[in-house]
Design a protein around this ligand. Structure first.
Ligand code: UDP
Length: 334
């Protein structure tokens, strides 16, 4: 299969482009490099520089490369920033996705796998969270992902667009080879921040709340390794493409997580063990909008696609992140 990987120079997209190649597929990355990195695009993968906000760019890429399916990762992803700059988020994530959808149905009507998030659920009492839980995003970021999910569904109903939506929980870790990993311009994720603190780039780790109704008082999240998530995309696009070839409509939504969680304090303990240096920790107030416990009900993707995560041990997950940050303390910058 030939895949157009939109946003494929970013953290999850670059790991997915690599796993697609390893599964024997051809990949072309389309990215505006606003937060992605050309160095993250694997060998043997063509990089097309273009922007979803210019409809002509994406139409030209579809025409030139004639892909069999599209995987769409391109988005702004920071919850806090989305609350301060909603216009940027709606324009980039919603209008950008709309331009992509229109180009697909106008030109090739090929299957689409979309990168969504557990942030579409917001705070929910249903934990572990099934895919049919109520969706009440608490941030503009989550809202833009939910709006895009709904647009995709409308294009499916009106134009027969086949689609699979993957809702990620807490993505973390790095390729075991240590050559690609997380390198966002603004760092907010727990494991990345802890690794950078262990490297001395930050003084201490703030623990945002130890008064939650959880066993140790800190928040619990479902940490899914980026390479397992990349493999979930390979499974999803293969199944969707096969269904499309059989003439089936193709429409599915899956949570991607391990189905169990770790607390903030458990994660920091793992980072201490892996780096061999206990981090200086400070208890800070709760961070606005953090639910106590977010864990995926991942039974559907296991059942339908045979998803089998390889990275289930917290220390092993952290070791891959540490290996990347230790050898690339400035990310992709030399
Ligand atoms: N967290 C923390 N200190 C930090 C960064 C994050 O205590 O410096 C907590 C955060 O409050 C949440 C968990 O770690 O409970 C995971 O946060 P992250 O930003 O990694 O992912 P999110 O769950 O927000 O998607």
């Amino acid at each position: 299969m030939k895949l157009l990987v939109v946003g494929g120079a970013g953290y999850i997209g670059s790991h997915t482009a690599r796993q697609l190649r390893r599964a024997g597929h051809e990949a072309v990355v389309f990215d505006n490099l606003s937060s992605g990195h050309a160095q993250a695009v694997p060998d043997g993968v063509t990089l097309v520089r273009g922007d979803l906000l210019n409809p002509a760019d994406i139409r030209a890429a579809l025409d030139a490369h004639q892909p069999d399916a599209v995987i769409h990762f391109a988005a702004l992803i920071e919850v806090g920033e989305s609350m301060r700059a909603p216009g940027r988020y709606y324009r980039n994530n919603v209008t950008g996705s709309l331009n992509l959808l229109q180009a697909i149905v106008d030109t090739r009507k090929i299957p689409l796998v979309f990168s969504s998030t557990a942030a579409v659920y917001g705070t929910t009492d249903a934990v572990p969270i099934p895919e049919d839980a109520a969706m009440q995003p608490e941030s503009v970021y989550g809202e833009t992902k939910l709006m895009t999910e709904r647009m995709i569904h409308a294009f499916h109903v009106a134009h027969g667009l086949p689609y699979t939506i993957l809702r990620y929980f807490n993505v973390c870790g790095a390729a075991p080879e240590g050559d690609i990993g997380e390198a966002h311009p603004n760092k907010t994720h727990l494991i990345e921040l802890a690794c950078l603190t262990a490297l001395g780039q930050r003084e201490k780790m703030m623990v945002f709340g130890t008064d939650y109704p959880t066993p140790d008082g800190s928040c619990i999240r479902d940490y899914v390794h980026v390479q397992d998530l990349a493999d979930a995309h390979v499974l999803a696009v293969e199944a969707l493409h096969a269904a499309h070839a059989r003439g089936e409509a193709g429409q599915a939504t899956y949570n991607v997580g391990l189905g169990h969680g770790f607390s903030v304090l458990e994660v920091l303990d793992a980072v201490d063990r892996v780096t061999g240096t206990p981090l200086h920790r400070e208890v800070a107030p709760r961070r606005a909008g953090d639910p106590p416990r977010l864990v995926a009900d991942a039974t559907r993707i296991v059942r339908d696609l045979g998803f089998t995560p390889q990275f289930t041990d917290l220390d092993e997950i952290v070791r891959t992140a540490w290996n990347w940050h230790r050898t690339h303390p400035d990310g992709f910058r030399r």
